[in-house]
Unconditional design. Structure first.
Length: 148
């Protein structure tokens, strides 16, 4: 059997086109192999399946492919969110934990740039900031903006 780990630019374009057409609809490994099969030399379905496995492993490691059932897979379609400033930011498929280690939690403030919510640090973790703390954060941010 030929070395199926060889990934050519033509094979990459075939897989990219296949995934673009599928969008976020579920598909099987065999669907990817069927798309690759006509371009495989020697034309053996086992080679096409091995090459499909190679591409799917790469996509899975990159976080672009997830299981969608027993034999089905689907692409992770990145979504974007619009911040108050109008800037677009990518939304991750999984929630991320942002941690902050400090001896003085009351000095920290976090601002949600999408909703404008202000959160203040406390001994119990993050709590919604009072108007006074939000005003203090605005004053500090305004002073930092004028010095930068």
């Amino acid at each position: 059997m030929a070395n199926t780990k060889q990934v050519s630019g033509a094979h990459q374009r075939i897989v990219d086109r296949f995934l673009e057409e599928r969008g976020d609809k579920p598909f099987r490994r065999q669907d990817v192999a069927d798309a690759l099969y006509p371009s495989i030399r020697p034309r053996l379905i086992g080679n096409a399946r091995a090459l499909a496995d190679t591409f799917m492993q790469q996509l899975q490691r990159a976080g672009r492919l997830v299981k969608a059932g027993h034999v089905h897979w689907r692409m992770v379609v990145p979504t974007e969110r619009t911040l108050k400033s109008g800037r677009q930011v990518r939304e991750h498929a999984e929630a991320l934990a942002l941690t902050l280690t400090t001896r003085c939690p009351q000095k920290w403030v976090a601002v949600d740039l999408e909703t404008g919510e202000v959160w203040a640090g406390s001994a119990d973790g993050w709590t919604r900031a009072s108007g006074a703390i939000a005003g203090e954060a605005t004053t500090v941010m305004g002073a930092n903006a004028s010095t930068n």
